[in-house]
Design a protein around this ligand. Sequence first.
Ligand SMILES: Nc1ncnc2c1ncn2[C@@H]1O[C@H](COP(=O)(O)OP(=O)(O)OP(=O)(O)O)[C@@H](O)[C@H]1O
Ligand SMILES: [Zn+2]
Length: 647
Amino acid sequence: MANDNKNTTKKPKFNAYWIYGLIGVFLIFLIFTNDSDSSDKVSYSKFKELIEYNDVETIKVTTNNTVAEIFLKEGAAEKDAYKGLVNKKSSFLLMGGESADFTIKYLNLKNFEDYLNEIKEEKKLDFEIESTQQNNSISNFIFSILPFVLIIGVWIFIMRRMSGGGAGGGGGQIFNIGKSKAKLFDEKTDIKSSFKDVAGLEGAKEEVQEIVDFLKNPEKYTSLGGKIPKGALLVGPPGTGKTLLAKAVAGEAQVPFFSLSGSDFVEMFVGVGASRVRDLFKQAKEKSPAIIFIDEIDAIGRARGKNNFTGSNDERENTLNQLLTEMDGFGTNTNVIVMAATNRADILDKALMRAGRFDRQIYVDLPDLNERKEIFEVHLKPLKKADNLDTDFLSKQTPGFSGADIANVCNEAALIAARKGKKAVEKQDFLDAVDRIVGGLEKKNKIIKPEEKRRIAYHEAGHATISWMTEHADPLVKVTIVPRGQALGAAWYLPEERQITTKEQLLDKMCSLLGGRAAEEVEMGNYSTGAQNDLERTTKQASAMVTIYGLSDEIGHLSYYDSSGQSDQTFLKPYSEKTAEKIDAEIRKMIDEQYARAIQILTNNKDKLTTLAELLLEKEVIFKDDLERIFGARLFTNSDEISDSEE
Ligand SMILES: Nc1ncnc2c1ncn2[C@@H]1O[C@H](COP(=O)(O)OP(=O)(O)OP(=O)(O)O)[C@@H](O)[C@H]1O
Ligand SMILES: [Zn+2]
């Protein structure tokens, strides 16, 4: 989250009365609604369980509030399994009603009725459907009227207070609930960010440059009939500068910037989220060209589940649907671009990523050594610091830190120096600040200890060495030990373009996958859990080679794969136990052989492995050039698309 909220503008002046009033009304409302179905709501699965065990006597389905009341059989409520679920009936009895043991909410009356009809015979239960609550007892009548009387009373009271307070037009504010909560940063007065303020992130900046160009000069693009991007998704760990980057785009393009968080859409009132989305886009269109920035979009963008019985996520889904509709709705001439940030792209609804929505994903990763240095330089600028301060040194002390962590270090160091009455912030203050922040980060498991870092460096160097030394492995472009998502380090490859792969190629690939663990053994003499992903991939690959592609001598030219996916259950394992044993042995043999080969290659090239690992420890990220310097030019050819990485 950006920490420079002081730029906030155009926030309506608050009149506190209506908030208190609203809370009052809401409380009253809660008290009464809770009383009128004082029995506890149970989940649908619990309900099924009750039915399953024949514990339900009658079900009373009311059609006006999608609630069904459930009455248990004599004695069932005392069962241990339902302890704590069955309610205390006192409050309801006061009002002269007969209390249900449970209630559940159902979603669709027709489906629910069908379901009940289906099980009625078997489970011997009664159910009745009543369209309105016809309860004529006087006390019930009073109790059903009273809340409304009270609500209206409070309402009148608030309105009086508000107009009495003389706040012009204050009464209208209550209706602002459906208005977007976006903070507007005006391009002329508020946005001072530019790409200069964003240190590092060269790749990401290059990608958003296109958005800047477009916002500055939309005609240039549209006149050629090109389609303009509507949305870009910034993906990366917290504090890596996603908000900063989006704001810098607005600053560079000199357009207004609407900023809000995904959770701002979600309120307790139904329909508010969707109406806020509508309002946000309306405002942005009025000011276009403009940028809308939605931080933490996962709050509304999580994958929509199947409509479950209780329909609890409806509100969030409505909000998401409205967002999708708005994004589809505005044409290319609207000149509003939506940028959103998340650190969990994997849980987002796929519909968000479809063409014409957030079809661009921009990765914003944790900074490497050099980038950290640049970030330090940005945040050191406003500080009064000692002359001999060495940013190289500082960035070496902060592996795994995000940009926000570094900003924090600088601020903390200044505070520490001030507390000591110093005239300038000194190296020791930064070290103290780092210690303090590491303490916090260690709890979050983000900090890598020096001996772990060494192991990661050797592991990655192992992958790199093998793929450089074997003919068919994909050549490397980059190796890093900067943590990235779940991975502690990674190596990127140039895959050769090929439609079919030979056995030799697959074996070389396996060998380089195993190179990480092999390097740990060669250097440290033991293994770690760090190779889990490598081993998983190797095992899957070997298994596919043996059982699917017919690439094992022992099993021969057979494939046990059924591409039609229609084979009968009994044919899932269309081989004998004996063959199964052979398959296991073949997979094991194949992997063992490649592992031994990896050990061999690394032992023969131990000096190069060491040079590479030490260089990695020093620089954290190294490129093809560095590898060439260590190993000499690679003998084998390659093409130019970057493939996936190895951890
Ligand atoms: N690359 C960077 N260059 C300079 N400062 C940075 C950088 N990355 C982060 N910062 C500092 O960290 C602060 C927080 O960053 P920002 O809010 O943009 O992170 P974020 O990725 O949006 O985080 P979150 O996911 O928590 O919202 C920024 O205001 C800035 O001071
Ligand atoms: Zn690995």
